[in-house]
Write a protein that binds this ligand. Structure first.
Ligand code: PLP
Length: 413
């Protein structure tokens, strides 16, 4: 039998062959990995880049003039360039390297927002957010006597844009919205929301965690002020991510973490700080992780986000149609514009039971609240199952998944 050919330098070929883990078995069955919104698998080029860094170039960044120190610094700063190009940032100085979206949003909450937040101020978000785009705002609001308001959604999982805009009143200091919902797959009209926020002088943060692996991102075309995303969902290592921010906003932000690498001069009478983005990168970063993330971005760009999007749309249409044919199965989130994420429940079947039985078939899906309690409350359910697809998934896997669900449903129903 011919082995499928991995993608070449132009991104052509079978992407599946690029991901070593996809070849393994679970409980004696070929793995079907449908938990990509949780974390994505890593292509060989990423694994090799991390391995090569530790074998060949490992040193700390910016602290040494020796060859290895310079190599490590140039690889780390090269990741910043790759991330800047990835979102079409105005300059590399607009990219803060973080441990992920969570750290990026907390940085904005504590460094940008908290110093200017006053009692009676408000922060607007939506009820489809991940907890990472809710809780940091609540924490700083509580310190300042401000409040967090959430825009509602429609029954199909689309944002109620009119209600969102109506919440953008003069006491609002910041609005925060996800680009793509991690539970519903809904793609929000972020450029429209950014226009509405800007017209009212309100800063907009977009959580791009679930968008970056699926859609081309252009922060300047979106017109937002902050854009946060995470590396491990983008086929890169865990513990990596980035915050893009307009340069003038970063310039005005005080440091959040203090330590090495973020200072100009330290004196007991008073310390001065480095310019952004280094002002926000205290301590030794995840250097190998960013080397891997740069390789992941290069890989994604070779395969091409338009091609990735086309494959995923096809898989999503297939999976949605096949699941809808399963009696008693309800899908949460049917927005016309959505990413390949399908949340669902089957009448009378507990989400965790179904996920456990699917695991025995070698199928990895997530069950639970997906860090979105308010959204679960909106739908009146404690949990859902979520199948989240990537471009390396196949139609055959969808067929196996849907027949396993039908079998398990007969067993449990
Ligand atoms: N926002 C969304 C929409 C997410 O899906 C996730 C992760 O699931 C996060 C934020 C948090 O990302 P991280 O844990 O990588 O910081």
């Amino acid at each position: 039998m011919n082995e499928p050919a991995a993608t070449d330098h132009n991104g052509a070929g079978d992407p599946r062959a690029d991901f070593p883990l996809l070849a393994r078995e679970v409980h004696g069955k070929p793995l079907i990995y449908f938990d990509n919104a949780n974390t994505a698998q890593k292509p060989r080029v990423v694994i090799e880049a991390v391995d090569r860094f530790y074998r060949h170039s490992n040193a700390n960044v910016s602290r040494a003039v020796h060859t290895l120190g310079e190599e490590a610094t140039s690889l780390y700063e090269g990741a910043r360039d790759a991330l800047a190009r990835f979102v079409n940032a105005g300059s590399r100085e607009e990219i803060v390297l973080t441990s992920g979206t969570t750290q990026a949003i907390n940085l904005v909450a504590y460094s940008h927002l908290l110093p200017q937040l006053r009692p009676g101020d408000a922060i607007v978000t939506t009820c489809m957010e991940h907890h990472a785009n809710i809780v940091p705002w609540q924490l700083v609001a509580a310190r300042a006597g401000a409040i967090v308001k959430a825009a509602p959604i429609h029954a199909d999982g689309t944002l109620d844009v009119d209600a969102f805009v109506a919440l953008l009143t003069p006491e609002v200091r910041l609005a925060a919205v996800t680009h793509v919902s991690n539970v519903l797959g809904t793609i929000n009209p972020v450029a429209q929301l950014a226009r509405e926020a800007r017209r009212r002088g309100i800063v907009l943060l977009v959580d791009g965690s679930q968008a970056a692996p699926h859609l081309p991102i252009d922060v300047r075309a979106i017109g937002c002020d902050f854009y946060a995303w995470t590396g491990h969902k983008l086929f890169g290592p865990t513990g990596t991510g980035a915050l893009w921010a307009r340069h003038e906003l970063l310039q005005a932000m005080p440091p959040f973490f203090g330590g090495g690498e973020m200072i100009r001069e330290v004196r007991f009478e008073g310390t001065t700080f480095a310019d952004p983005p280094h002002r926000f990168e205290a301590g030794t970063p995840n250097i190998a992780g960013f080397v891997g993330l740069a390789a992941a971005i290069d890989y994604v760009q070779r395969v091409g986000l338009p091609r990735i999007g086309a494959i995923e749309r096809d898989l999503l249409a297939h999976a949605t149609e096949a699941l809808q044919a399963v009696p008693g199965l309800r899908i949460f989130g049917t927005a016309p514009d959505k990413a390949a994420v399908i949340s669902f429940l089957i009448d009378g079947v507990h989400a965790h039971d179904l996920a456990t039985l699917l695991d025995h078939e070698g199928i990895a899906v997530r069950s639970g609240h997906h860090c979105a309690h308010p959204l679960m409350r909106f739908f009146g359910v404690p949990a859902t199952l979520r199948a989240s697809l990537a471009f390396y998934n196949t139609h055959e896997e969808i067929e196996r998944f849907v027949s396993a669900i039908a079998r398990v449903r007969r067993l449990l129903g």
